[in-house]
Design a protein around this ligand. Structure first.
Ligand SMILES: [Zn+2]
Length: 318
C-alpha cells in the first residue's frame, strides 16, 4: 500500500489555469470510468494512482518565511527531501474557512460561496464537491481531524468515514491533542485520504503578532506534532505514502484576511514516495492545486469543474 500525505499550501494564480497542464482532461477515460462499476472501476483508478494513501496537513496561519527562522526540523526535512514552493498563494479573503474551502474543493470563493468564518449554527456547508466526496464516490476512505470547532460545519454529512473537532464550547484544540487522535485513527484504519489541521501558529499570531517569538514557538510546536504524524504514517504505511503540508493563509501584525502579500503567501510542500527531492518548484502553486494534486495521486480523474491543477513537476515521470 502506498500513502500520500498532503500538507496544503496556497499558490500563485498565473500558470495555474489548466487543471493539469501536462495531462489534459481525459474525456475517454471519464467515459470509460462512468461505464464501469465495482472492481473494474477500481482497477482503472488504481492503474492511474501514485499512491493508496494521501495525507494533507494544514498548519493554520503558517507563513513560509517562518520555517527557516524557527528551525522547525520536520518541515525542514520535508523540504529537503521533497519539493516545495515558498510563494504559493491562497484566495482572498485570506481567512480560515473560505481558504480551506478552496484548498479542499479545488475551486475559488466565487464558486464555492463559503465566506463565513465564525462558528454559528446557521452556517451552511459547502455545496460543491470536495476531495472527500470525490474520494468517497470512488469507494475510498476519508478522515479529517480539525483543531477548530467551526470546521465541523464546512463539509456535509457523509464526507468522512471519521471526523473529529472541538465542541463549540471548547473552540480550539491544542495541536498535540488533534494529532494524537489523527495518529491513532491512522494506525487503526489506514484511511486513503486523511486531512489534519493544526491551529497553534494562527492563535499565537492573533494573540502576540505574526513573526513574534511566541508565533515562532507555536510553529515549533506544530512542527513537533507534524513529526509525530509522520512517525504514525511510517508505522502504518512504511515509506509508501505521500504527504502535502500547506497553510490556509499567512498574517501580519495580529491579523490576516487581506490581499496583501503577507496574508496570501503560503508554503506548499510535498514529500513521499515518487516525489523528486530537493529543489523548489518552479511552477506557480495555488491553494486549489492541493485538491487537484490529492485526487491525481489517488488516481481520480479531475472533474472538469475543478480550478486547481495537479502539481506534476513534483513527481517522478513514468
Ligand atoms: Zn486560519
Amino acid at each position: 500500500m502506498r500513502s500520500s500525505i498532503v500538507l496544503a499550501l496556497c499558490a500563485t494564480s498565473l500558470a495555474c489555469g489548466a487543471r493539469q497542464r501536462d495531462e489534459p482532461h481525459d474525456s475517454a477515460r471519464v467515459t470509460l470510468a462512468a461505464s464501469l462499476r465495482g472492481p473494474a472501476r477500481d482497477s482503472l483508478r488504481r492503474a492511474h494512482a501514485r499512491t493508496s494513501h494521501v495525507i494533507i496537513v494544514s498548519i493554520d496561519g503558517l507563513r513560509p518565511d517562518v520555517i527557516a527562522r524557527s528551525g522547525a526540523p520536520t518541515l525542514a526535512r520535508l523540504m529537503r527531501e521533497g519539493r516545495y514552493a515558498t510563494a504559493a498563494r491562497t484566495i482572498v479573503p485570506s481567512t480560515t474557512i473560505p481558504s480551506h474551502a478552496s484548498m479542499l474543493t479545488g475551486v475559488g470563493p466565487m464558486t464555492h460561496h463559503v465566506l463565513w468564518n465564525d462558528d454559528r449554527a446557521d452556517n451552511r456547508a459547502v455545496a460543491v464537491a470536495s476531495v472527500f466526496s470525490w474520494a468517497k464516490a470512488e469507494g475510498l476512505s476519508t478522515a479529517a481531524f480539525f483543531s477548530k470547532s467551526k470546521f465541523m460545519q464546512l463539509f456535509p454529512p457523509g464526507s468522512f468515514d471519521s471526523a473529529a473537532a472541538p465542541s463549540r464550547s471548547e473552540g480550539i484544540w491544542p495541536g498535540g491533542m488533534t494529532m494524537t487522535a489523527a495518529s491513532r485513527y491512522l494506525r487503526a484504519a489506514a484511511p486513503n485520504l486523511l486531512f489534519v489541521h493544526l491551529a497553534e501558529p494562527d492563535y499565537a499570531g492573533h494573540s502576540h503578532g505574526w513573526m513574534t517569538a511566541e508565533y515562532v514557538d507555536a510553529v515549533r510546536t506544530a512542527d513537533e506534532s507534524l513529526g509525530r504524524l509522520l512517525a504514525a504514517a511510517d508505522s502504518a504505511f512504511g515509506h509508501a505514502y505521500i504527504i502535502i503540508v500547506t497553510a490556509d493563509h499567512g498574517g501580519h501584525g495580529r491579523t490576516h484576511g487581506s490581499p496583501r502579500s503577507d496574508d496570501v503567501t503560503i508554503p506548499w510542500i510535498v514529500w513521499g514516495e515518487g516525489v523528486e527531492a530537493g529543489a523548489p518548484l518552479t511552477e506557480a502553486v495555488r491553494t486549489m492545486d492541493t485538491a487537484a494534486t490529492a485526487l491525481w495521486l489517488l488516481g481520480i480523474e479531475l472533474p472538469r469543474s475543478i480550478e486547481g491543477h495537479a502539481v506534476l513537476d513534483a513527481f517522478v515521470r513514468r
